[in-house]
Design a protein around this ligand. Structure first.
Ligand SMILES: [Zn+2]
Length: 310
């Protein structure tokens, strides 16, 4: 497997590069309480699935980091994320304010807006992805999947445990295959009905039970476009914490040209030349087609191919 893991290219993938030491093997059941007792602790605050940001950075803290005393939060929602490079504890929690009556100096952003607007960049986005995906999983898994009893946070959020039947449940990622399908000097892109006007992107879909990544690439590509796929090659991956996906980026070789696309899934699916993709990335495509936003793995795959780096 090859991976774009070095230097500037890796930084082009939003939600990667988190730096927290998760302390996975060192967590006691009191780790949240102990972390909150440390005045150096910093908390990523959420309101539902939105992140709370300051309007401006404050001292050494980025816009996304708060002391535990800065904002009231639900203590039962608190999750321990680990320690930062200086050894300070890092947590995530649900703020308790009314989102329609925000304290001054604060705002809420969904995570897509966070990267689209460049509000937070670099490794801090990786930490936010970790916090958001974990928070989203906990919010959706408050009852035991085995017996239905209310369960509770264990090991600071590394798992949930059921006091009724003893089952333990661990945070999950939902794997998604996303593929740049090519044939010669053309690549296959489509647009879903919910996309912003003009935008086209790589085909993608959830990996289903019993499938390899390669199986999912071939099945999804055929279902959406009618194109059979031969060789599949892994390129890179990206956490996508909406709510807790892992995007697995692949290059895939089409075996035929004739598209027979699923009109319910895609309102458009067609071949684009390398020059067209370069124009899309530059915002100068003659027919007005545009690429996905900066930071998204789909754009990363398109860039790698268009400029010969994939
Ligand atoms: Zn149970």
């Amino acid at each position: 497997m090859t991976q774009h893991s070095s230097g500037a290219r890796a930084q082009l993938l939003a939600f990667t590069g988190g730096t927290l030491d998760r302390q996975s093997e060192k967590r006691g059941e009191d780790c949240i309480v102990a972390a909150l007792d440390d005045p150096a602790a910093r908390v990523l605050m959420f309101s539902g699935n939105k992140l709370v940001l300051r309007d401006a950075a404050s001292g050494d803290n980025g816009q996304e980091l708060f002391a535990a005393s800065d904002i009231a939060f639900d203590p039962a929602s608190a999750l321990y994320l680990g320690r930062d490079a200086a050894g300070a504890p890092r947590l995530a929690a649900q703020a308790v304010f009314d989102p329609d009556a925000l304290p001054s100096g604060l705002r809420l952003t969904d995570l897509r807006g966070l990267i689209a607007q460049g509000l937070v960049t670099g490794p801090a986005l990786g930490d936010i992805a970790y916090a958001a995906a974990l928070m989203n999983w906990h919010r959706a898994n408050r009852f035991c999947a085995r017996c239905g009893h209310a369960n509770d946070i264990r090991a600071g959020g590394a798992k949930r445990g059921c006091p009724n039947c003893g089952a333990e449940h661990f945070p999950r990622n939902d794997p998604v295959a996303i593929m740049l399908v090519t044939r010669g000097d053309r690549c296959l892109l489509g647009r879903g009905p919910h996309f912003p006007p003009g935008m086209v992107s790589c085909l993608a879909g959830f990996i289903e039970p019993g499938e390899t990544i390669e199986d999912a690439v071939r099945r999804e590509t055929f279902e959406e476009s009618g194109i059979p796929v031969g060789a599949v090659r892994y390129l890179s991956s990206q956490p996508w914490p909406m709510p807790h996906s892992l995007m697995i980026g692949c290059a895939a070789e089409a075996l035929t040209d004739d598209i027979n696309h699923d009109a319910e899934e895609l309102e458009l699916c067609r071949w684009f030349t390398r020059d067209e993709v370069r124009a899309m990335l530059a915002g100068t495509h003659g027919e007005g087609f545009t690429a996905p936003m900066h930071g998204a793995i789909a754009r990363h795959l398109m860039e790698g191919w268009a400029f010969g780096q994939a």
